[in-house]
Design a protein around this ligand. Structure first.
Ligand code: SAM
Length: 414
């Protein structure tokens, strides 16, 4: 019992067991009739384990916490992360969200002790039903599968450029922009992700060279912060972009082409804002060399609505995808199998411009992952049968195995 009490009052560092400890915690409290005061309103998705202060500091450094930031800690425990944020990094305001009232009491006491009560707010709320859209810095010490569950919510609420820092746990196939090793962190690892601007689609611009204007277009596909595609200068063949990088709103890549019969290499660097990219292009190629402004516009594309998805080699998964927006960013999607053989609410769905990504969960260990492009009347991509490894090791991202893959096409359902 004393161990349990320590666990409840948070005076002992307890190891994290995926989910089980939370269930045990609630069940044991219920049986022993322990005070309501320490009972969260619903089972915890992640048991309490505080982050070591040196790791908290390293996380805030990795997230470049500063005076312009609105910071949210998802599952804030005793509030140590947001309190250090305002105290040591001069964050404008820190919000901590937790469902455990006892933790929130401790957080408020801590804020008083550090004299920062006007700069922090603690909210008794479930992270899955919270609005943290005004954040430009998020920290979290959750669990792998909870990160995966919160991932689409991050994309549906946070603006491009928002930093997300985790203690130990990963975001599955969304690779971190940076990983820092820290000997006191669980798994010796803290990671940073930056919400990428959605840049998938077709773009056009014109460049005023000394010899006259040259039109150009580019086609980009995107998966999280990774982009690929081609640039085509007027009168020249399309060439692949190289060294592409999207970091928040910033986009850069190089390409080669032939303009007015001359070979050129061009380095593009810009800032993406909705359907516009503004920046510079540095041209190398004889008398065409120079630095020019770059202002690209994305061609209008409608990707929302109902789409008939056909997978010729796996037609058991043929069906209709219905994808719509609730509010400015939140996506909601459902998938209806052919002949009514399945109807699935798709939780993990993303649109980056015209690039789409969604998973159809089949069982605890299997899902179908769809990646591709949707644009006005048609679409195409690849579907992957995925199997999650059952002997998955905590803290080490073990990619699921691809059991099959097949092309898909999409046609709009009117
Ligand atoms: C591992 S602790 C991290 C505490 C703090 N962020 C830190 O790093 O020191 C996870 C916290 O998440 C809280 N939690 C678990 N499930 C939650 C949920 N669905 N919504 C909000 N908080 C939750 C727990 O009460 C616990 O305080």
């Amino acid at each position: 019992m004393s161990k349990l009490r320590n666990l409840i009052t948070g005076t002992t560092r307890v190891p994290l067991f995926r989910g089980c400890l939370a269930a045990l915690f609630v069940a044991t409290c219920a049986i022993s009739g322990l005070a309501d005061a320490v009972m969260p309103d619903r089972p915890l998705d992640v048991p309490y384990e505080p982050t070591h202060p040196k790791v908290v500091e390293a996380m805030l450094k990795l997230g470049k916490a500063g005076p312009n930031d609105i910071h949210y800690d998802l599952g804030c425990g005793d509030g140590r992360v947001v309190i250090m944020g305002v105290k040591k990094f001069h964050v404008k305001h820190g919000y901590g969200i937790d469902i455990n009232k006892q933790r929130l009491r401790e957080a408020k006491e801590r804020a008083e002790a550090y004299d920062v009560t006007d700069k922090v707010t603690f909210l008794n709320a479930d992270i899955f039903n919270s609005d943290f859209s005004k954040a430009n810095l998020i920290t979290a010490y959750l669990l792998d599968h909870i990160n995966l569950k919160i991932r689409p919510i991050l994309f549906s609420q946070l603006r491009p450029g928002t930093r997300v820092v985790t203690h130990e746990f990963h975001m599955s196939d969304w690779r971190p922009d940076k990983i820092d090793r820290h000997p006191l962190a669980r798994g010796e690892r803290i990671s940073l992700w930056i919400i990428p601007a959605p840049v998938g689609g077709e773009w056009e611009w014109s460049t005023s060279l000394k010899s006259g204007a040259v039109n150009a277009s580019m086609k980009l596909t995107q998966e999280f912060q990774d982009i690929a595609g081609t640039v085509q200068f007027q009168g020249s063949a399309a060439t692949a972009i190289r060294d592409p990088k999207v970091e928040g709103k910033s986009i850069s890549f190089t390409t080669r082409g032939v303009v007015s019969g001359k070979a050129v290499a061009v380095k593009f660097q810009g800032t993406a804002n909705g359907d516009t990219i503004t920046g510079t292009q540095v041209w190398s190629g004889g008398d065409l060399s120079g630095t020019y402004p770059w202002k690209a516009r994305r061609k209008a594309a409608n990707v929302l609505g109902r789409w008939r998805i056909d997978i010729p080699q796996k037609n058991i998964f043929n069906g209709v995808l219905n994808i719509r927006k609730e509010g400015p960013l939140k996506l909601v999607a459902s998938f209806f199998g052919k002949d009514g053989n399945m109807e699935i609410r798709v939780h993990d769905v993303y649109l980056w411009g015209t690039s789409v990504y969604f998973r159809l969960p089949l069982s605890y260990f299997d899902y179908v992952l769809f990646k591709g492009e949707l644009n006005n009347d048609g679409g195409a991509g690849k579907a992957y049968g995925m199997k999650v490894k059952e002997d998955y090791k905590e803290g080490i991202y073990d990619p699921p195995t691809v059991t099959w893959n097949s092309a898909w096409t999409a046609t709009r359902v009117r």
